[in-house]
Design a protein around this ligand. Structure first.
Ligand code: GTP
Ligand code: ZN
Length: 204
């Protein structure tokens, strides 16, 4: 029986990436669609796909603490929000891309511990570079922020277009999926959440 996607185990420490196996599999796929993998244009494709997958799925071999490396004390306890972080991920149902933006915010803990702004974008990449569903990507980023940085709260909003909905299947170009995950302060205090959402949606 298939495991529902939200219960599927996420392997934090998977075995090494198997280039040779991907090359073999891609060659098989080319045969299976009726192509000739040995023709000029396709000869190097299995190796190219393996290299591309190594990059697209690099997050399977990374942990959130690899991204949130720099934590420093600052006298700042108010919200920090990085908007419009470009996200490229791969839908785990069809293995085609979904892409859009992530907005990631947190309220530092009482010690005023903050992280480097770029680290928030790196954290998004750790989870985006895996076979994903948007809901899980969104909550994983929020949960990782909470556990590594221990802020008073975290908010993550992802807006994305799924190519499996636009280039095939139901074919609805332009349809956007918006997901959010709120933790701590942002879940407990509607006014804190409202402030974050107005900054996120403000498009300023
Ligand atoms: N909730 C959620 N669904 C997703 C995501 N990415 C893709 N999907 C959906 O996953 C579903 C898979 O549905 P299936 O019926 O098993 O597959 P399918 O026959 O290819 O479905 P269609 O895309 O409708 O043609 C589709 O409705 C996709 O739109 C995601 O990130 N979150
Ligand atoms: Zn899909």
């Amino acid at each position: 029986m298939a495991i529902p996607y939200d219960e599927a185990p996420i392997r934090e420490d998977p075995p090494g990436f198997d280039h040779a196996r991907i090359e073999k599999a891609v060659r098989e796929i080319l045969f299976a669609i009726g192509e000739d993998p040995d023709r000029d244009g396709l000869r190097d494709t299995p190796a190219r796909v393996a290299r591309a997958y190594a990059e697209q799925f690099a997050g399977l071999r990374q942990r959130p603490e690899d991204a949130l490396t720099t934590v420093f004390d600052a006298d700042h306890e108010e919200m920090v929000l990085v908007k419009d972080i470009e996200v490229y991920s791969v839908c785990e149902h069809h293995l085609v891309p979904f892409h859009g933006v992530a907005h990631v915010g947190y309220t530092p803990n009482k010690k005023g511990q903050i992280t480097g702004l770029s680290k928030l974008a790196r954290l998004v990449d750790v989870y985006a570079r895996r076979p994903q569903v948007q809901e899980r990507l969104t909550s994983q980023v929020a949960d990782a922020l909470m556990s590594v940085l221990e802020p008073r709260g975290a908010i993550v909003v992802v807006e994305a277009e799924h190519l499996c909905m636009t280039m095939r299947g139901v074919r609805k170009p332009g349809a956007k999926t918006v997901t959010s995950a709120v933790r701590g302060d942002f879940r407990d205090h509607p006014e804190t959440r409202a402030e974050a959402m107005s900054l996120i949606l403000g498009r300023s």
